[in-house]
Ligand binder design. Structure first.
Ligand SMILES: [Zn+2]
Length: 408
């Protein structure tokens, strides 16, 4: 976790754009999506994005003419055949074609139903899937992946277990990889990888759920900006590029540029600001909320840029939204999104939405994730990477939203 600096910003500019899969040979267009040898789900159409060489006004995608956007980017929708390797041909007038091969998964055979959900563990004592006897277990460090859910891998968290926290539990046979535990007199499920068998006395079943939000405020109302800690999280990083734009520029770079500008705007508004990364590193997913918890942050804001599933047209799907999971996160998300949407009048506003995202499940620090815009369509790519003024407006909007939320 670092404080953003001007030097860091300069280092980023040197690495943007990342040329992931998309440097065009002379006279030949590049294709950013679908990537070479991609494995797509069972779709019957998919979007194709790429960039034409300078001067080209049309590209031909599988023989159909597609207009080139003013930045050189193009977008087409093509039909695909599930269950086989698909071939795509993209060329400019008179130039050599780029041939792209990718695999589309087969649809499930007719008559097959989705797996019915497993029966709930209503009585773990008599359920044959629970491998008795009940013994003592303790949680591994970092409470964020230590989720206790009402069913294995399913349902709103009953609690997050801090490292070393002891519970009574027993492994289950199906689904594999979970331990049934007792907290506050009720059963729940924790990934087996997050617990280790403990020696000594077996904790009672009515061991109260730990309250990890103790000492954290739902909102820092009544405090000065200088006393409010904001952790800004640029999504993805390092080997995790995130989504790609038509020119093959990476979401991780867009996120970092927007996050650095946001940290600057927040600092100018007087807040105490840190970042989860200020270069091209990849903090592990659960280390990000842990940073917020360990620093005792008052707010956590993750910054991302979106793309669509392969079969959706990103130009048509484009929107801005802020996600959160729990009550304290939703209040922050609503305030931030109201300002961000006002700063982006050309992008449809989906508002503040509830979603179970790893960085939003923080039970202590109010947390949200801003999907500023889409980078997988030509218009979004141009706005996100090309419009520095807009980047500043979005940064100021996020800062203004946090001020509204904190009553400043
Ligand atoms: Zn992302």
């Amino acid at each position: 976790m670092r404080a953003a600096t001007a030097a860091a910003a300069a280092a980023i500019l040197a690495l943007a754009p990342c040329a992931h899969g998309a440097s065009a040979a002379p006279g030949r267009p590049s294709v950013a999506f679908p990537p070479a040898n991609a494995r797509l789900p069972a779709v019957t159409q998919c979007y194709v994005i790429g960039a034409a060489p300078p001067g080209a006004t049309n590209v031909w995608v599988d023989g159909t003419s597609v207009a080139v956007y003013r930045t050189g980017a193009f977008l087409a929708m093509v039909d695909t055949v599930p269950g086989e390797t698909n071939t795509l041909s993209v060329a400019c007038d008179g130039g050599p074609a780029l041939v792209r091969r990718f695999f589309v998964a087969a649809p499930p055979p007719p008559g097959t139903q989705a797996q019915p959900p497993p029966a709930p563990f209503t009585d773990p004592d008599s359920d044959p899937r629970v491998k008795k006897p009940w013994t003592a277990w303790k949680a591994k460090p970092n409470l964020f992946p230590n989720r206790v859910q009402p069913e294995p891998g399913n349902g709103r968290e009953i609690a997050h277990l801090p490292g070393g926290f002891a519970v009574q539990g027993a492994e289950i046979s199906e689904p594999a990889g979970y331990v049934c535990v007792w907290l506050g007199g009720r059963s729940g499920f924790v990934p087996r990888a997050r617990l280790e068998p403990a020696k000594g006395e077996i904790p009672p079943r009515d061991t109260p759920a730990p309250d990890v939000s103790q000492g954290f405020a739902a909102c820092p109302q009544g405090r000065k900006a200088a006393e409010i800690r904001v952790l800004v999280d640029p999504g993805h990083g390092g080997p995790d590029t995130g989504a790609l734009s038509p020119h093959g520029w990476c979401e991780k770079t867009a996120n970092l540029l927007q996050a650095l500008e946001t940290a600057k705007a927040l600092r100018e508004a007087g807040f105490d600001v840190r970042m989860t990364r200020d270069g091209d590193s990849f903090p592990a997913l659960y280390d990000r909320p842990h940073d917020a918890f360990a620093w005792h942050a008052d707010a956590f804001v993750s910054i991302h840029h979106n793309s669509t599933p392969p079969n959706k047209n990103p130009s048509k799907e484009r929107y801005t939204a802020t996600f959160a999971y729990n009550e304290r996160g939703m209040a922050l998300a609503a305030a931030v999104q109201k300002r961000v949407a006002a700063a982006l009048p050309d992008v449809p506003d989906r508002g503040a939405l509830e979603k179970s995202l790893a960085v939003c499940r923080n039970p202590a620090v109010p947390s949200c994730l801003v999907e500023v815009d889409f980078i997988s369509c030509p218009e979004g790519e141009e706005a996100v990477f090309g419009d520095i003024g807009r980047r500043r407006r979005v940064a100021e909007a996020i800062a203004a939203g946090i001020k509204d939320w904190a009553g400043l």
